[in-house]
Design a protein around this ligand. Structure first.
Ligand SMILES: Cc1cc2nc3c(=O)[nH]c(=O)nc-3n(C[C@H](O)[C@H](O)[C@H](O)COP(=O)(O)OP(=O)(O)OC[C@H]3O[C@@H](n4cnc5c(N)ncnc54)[C@H](O)[C@@H]3O)c2cc1C
Length: 444
């Protein structure tokens, strides 16, 4: 689906490196391109190496919270994003079985609270915004360049490409996603597979065939499943995400997540959710992975950024945001460690970046795992959770302050975490019963 005048992807001619640069970025996803733009704004010569034949994004919508729209504003890109996205007025969370409301965020008030809006936008639109910004800033954008090796050198760092070429720069940023090659320099960990599977759909609104309030981000949570929808592209499209626990994935079988499993997973959900299931794309689906947090991201003159460093489960909708924050923080520290003659103390800039980002991302990674468990509860625990969520005041921001406030540049600026509410404190409202030991993090 494309919008007239909006480039979704750009093919560049594969070339050998066209001269020395200060920064090499491996990976041209949202993390890599946003970091490239942030550093090019600081006057650095930046090159992005992307393995695909085209720069582009697969998938559908992204939720962009105030901790990211604040950065887009700083980059001068917020107006463009607002023109391409949607600024919903509310986010409503409901029970997927009975359809009843559990809690809501007033997104108009939330914008007043945090100073910047909550936005939903098509992935390819956000990616395209950064791609165009990189081109305007003179970033060297190279496709068909798969990096297979990294090495520190006396003057910086070098990457080895699959076809035998090499390239080097003063520093290398690996923004190469969940299955990062560079991460192996720091740890031998593997992606952690969850039995949950996502189906997506982004369809023209005329195809929807039912009335939908597009001023709302709607989230239905239920036993081992959830369903999210919101508008895209000024309301001309509907974005839907349906996530469920695949019985075959749980059993360790190969043929996981097939459309019959999708239909079964949502068979007992409320009519509003069931109405959305036939619209899901049925020719592709995604297994949910994350990785355990790691606290060391820097290896000499090479650093990780984005999903390469901290791929989350998607329940808090902060993965792309964290990647964008990484680039913004790094660029701010580059500016802070630049001498009058223009030289940069990269060691100090990397140290400042690593002092603050891994801890923030660790908090998000662990909270989003707990948040997902809370969404998918069944039986008495589901009723206890519902009671807790219903008790939350719409204007209580104590659960979102740590995440939607200004991105911390130093550990001292990192806000305190919320205080978790024990699930069994929802017991009286839900009726007595067996208690599951989980915590309510209540950030949507
Ligand atoms: C269902 C779902 C919903 C989500 N919803 C949200 C949301 O609402 N909000 C949000 O903020 N986040 C969301 N996320 C998370 C978000 O999509 C990711 O965290 C984000 O896209 C990561 O960006 P990245 O650039 O770090 O990595 P990627 O997007 O994975 O990009 C990595 C890039 O590197 C390239 N690459 C990989 N290996 C190499 C190599 N060896 N050499 C050269 N290039 C290479 C790849 O081709 C790719 O272009 C969601 C995720 C899922 C699965």
């Amino acid at each position: 689906m494309s919008v007239p005048g909006i480039e979704e992807s750009i093919v560049t001619t594969p070339t050998a490196a066209a001269g020395p640069v200060d920064v090499l970025i491996v990976g041209g996803g949202i993390g890599g391109l946003s970091a490239a733009y942030a550093l090019a704004r600081e006057g650095l010569r930046v090159r992005v190496l992307e393995r695909a034949r085209e720069f582009g994004e697969v998938g559908a919508g992204l939720q962009i919270a105030p901790n990211c729209t604040r950065i887009l504003h700083d980059y001068g890109l917020l107006d463009e994003a607002e023109n391409l996205g949607v600024l919903p007025k509310t986010m409503v969370m409901r029970d997927a079985l009975d359809g009843s409301e559990l809690t809501r965020l007033d997104l108009v008030d939330l914008e007043r609270e945090y100073g910047f809006p909550y936005m939903v936008i098509h992935r390819s639109d956000l990616h395209g915004i950064f791609l165009r910004a990189c081109r305007r800033a003179g970033v060297d954008l190279i496709t068909d360049a798969r990096v297979v090796g990294y090495e520190n050198t006396p003057s910086g760092a070098e990457v080895l490409l699959e076809d035998g070429r090499t390239d080097e720069a003063r520093i290398v940023i690996a923004a190469d996603g969940l299955r990062s090659v560079a991460r192996r320099l720091l740890t031998d960990d593997q992606p952690v597979s969850s039995p949950y599977v996502a189906y997506r759909a982004a369809v023209p609104i005329e195809q929807v065939g039912r009335n939908i309030d597009l001023s709302e981000v709607s989230v239905h949570i239920g036993p081992h499943c959830h369903f999210v929808h919101y508008g895209l592209r000024g309301g001309r499209m509907l974005n839907q995400v349906a996530v469920f626990r695949s019985p075959r994935a749980l059993a360790g079988e190969k043929n996981w997540g097939t459309p019959d499993e999708l239909d079964n997973a949502f068979a007992t959900t409320c009519p509003d959710v069931q109405a959305g299931i036939p619209l899901m794309w049925r020719d592709r689906w995604w297994r949910m992975f994350d990785r355990d947090p790691i606290m060391t991201w820097v290896h000499g003159n090479i650093t990780l950024l984005g999903d390469a460093a901290h791929p989350p489960l998607q329940y808090m909708a902060q993965g792309a945001i964290m990647a964008i924050e990484d680039g913004w923080v790094l660029a701010r520290h580059v500016a802070a460690h630049r001498a009058e003659n223009g030289s940069i103390d990269w060691q100090a800039a990397f140290a400042a970046y690593e002092a603050v980002r891994p801890e923030h991302c660790r908090r998000v990674l662990t909270t989003t795992r707990a948040w997902g468990e809370l969404w998918h509860l069944d039986g008495t625990a589901r009723l206890q959770r519902n009671a807790l969520l219903r008790a939350r005041d719409t204007y209580d921001y104590s659960f979102t302050d740590w995440i939607y406030g200004p991105t911390a540049l130093t550990p001292e600026e990192e806000p305190p975490m919320f205080t978790p509410i024990p699930l069994d404190s929802g017991r009286s409202a839900a009726g007595a019963g067996p208690v599951q030991d989980a915590s309510c993090s209540c950030s949507t």
